[in-house]
Design a binder for this molecule. Structure first.
Ligand SMILES: [Zn+2]
Ligand SMILES: [Zn+2]
Length: 172
């Protein structure tokens, strides 16, 4: 791998990993902070089938995140000295795709074939996110909820829940 390619690859990885931290901070301090009234619609309606869903206030957030990514990519492609933004935001975009697949497809079951995915990992992510929906508290992150949530409490929930979590609608 050439030096430049290695730097680009490192930037993609940094964008991906950094987004888990950004997600945590934005979700905790903005979406559950001053803009919580917009985010509440997601906590209320999360179980609704995707096809039945109409736009809701929480959609403001993914729309705003997309605009930030588009703006950063435009700057990266068009202004000299900012080309590094392109691989960084490729990593951010890949994170967004993975986040959407896990959060919307698997956890909230909005994509039929995705909601049937049932592994130890997806089960623990589902239980962790359901705990967030229920209590409006930790974990605010998505891919590594155990960083801010006691592993034990996730394991206890797994033990208590006899059924597959993906079959239980996440409404709360
Ligand atoms: Zn959710
Ligand atoms: Zn939330």
């Amino acid at each position: 791998m050439s030096g430049a390619l290695a730097v680009d690859f490192a930037l993609v990885i940094a964008g991906f990993i950094g987004m888990e931290a950004v997600t945590y901070v934005v979700h905790r301090f903005v979406m559950h902070g001053p803009l919580e009234s917009l985010h509440r619609s997601h906590h209320r309606n999360a179980a609704a089938a995707f096809a039945d869903k109409r736009p809701e206030p929480n959609d403001v957030f993914p729309a705003a995140f997309s605009l930030v990514v588009l703006a950063a990519l435009w700057v990266g492609f068009n202004l000299s000295g900012f080309a590094w933004l392109v691989p960084l935001f490729v990593g951010v975009t890949v994170y967004g795709i993975v986040y959407t697949a896990i959060h919307d497809g698997i956890i909230h079951g909005r994509v039929a074939w995705m909601k049937r995915i049932d592994t130890r990992w997806t089960r623990s992510l589902t239980l962790a996110h359901r705990a967030h929906h229920r209590a409006n508290s930790e974990p605010y992150g998505m891919l590594l909820p155990s960083l801010t949530m006691h592993e034990r409490s996730v394991r206890n929930q797994v033990a208590r829940s006899g059924s597959r979590p993906s079959q239980v609608p996440v409404d709360q």
